[in-house]
Design a protein around this ligand. Structure first.
Ligand SMILES: [Zn+2]
Length: 171
């Protein structure tokens, strides 16, 4: 399936990137493809969600999907536009890069390889390019005003993300 590209529905980013926020896709897209990770390319499942919710594009800048043997970060919403998160303080959200792990990590433990790819291919380059410290990487549940939110899932470990970021630091 092909999703229509509708940048006119998106809000242009006016402020620099100062925060990186980690999610899992099961919070937003109800399609079964968004709730499990398996070796099939699952982004089309998210596109169905975009159409149903009448969004301009997927509401994350990057989604890390699992394709065959490995995890692959995919550009979803170009980072020159902001994502729509009413539960996150606008001061943070307008300066945030949103990265989602495809699946539901309330039920599944992330593989070490997923953390590796997240840090090496997405987090570390963004820290370097936008000149922000690792302390600006937050889990969605740390920046939301919704107390019941578990995103990016109970099994995602901030300490492991921190360790992987240290491993791939770009000097
Ligand atoms: Zn989230």
């Amino acid at each position: 399936m092909k999703i229509p590209l509708k940048p006119s529905m998106l809000k242009v980013r006016r402020k620099g990137i100062k925060w990186i926020i980690i999610h899992h896709t099961s919070e937003m897209y109800e399609q079964p493809e968004a709730r499990i990770d398996n070796p099939k390319y699952q982004l089309p499942g998210l596109f169905k969600g975009v159409l149903e919710m009448k969004q301009g594009d997927i509401n994350y800048h990057y989604v890390i999907d699992k394709i065959q043997e490995d995890y692959v970060p995919i550009v979803c919403r170009p980072f020159s536009f902001i994502c729509e998160w009413d539960d996150i303080n606008a001061d943070i959200n307008e300066r945030a890069l949103h990265v989602a792990l495809l699946g539901n990590y309330d039920f599944k433990i992330p593989e070490k390889r997923l953390y590796d790819i997240l840090a090496y291919r997405v987090l570390n380059p963004a820290l370097k390019l936008f000149r922000i410290p690792p302390s600006r990487i937050k889990l969605h549940n740390e920046v939301t005003n919704n107390k019941d939110l578990t995103c990016p899932g109970d099994f995602v470990d901030a300490a492991v993300i921190e360790a992987m970021v240290r491993k791939f630091v770009i000097k």
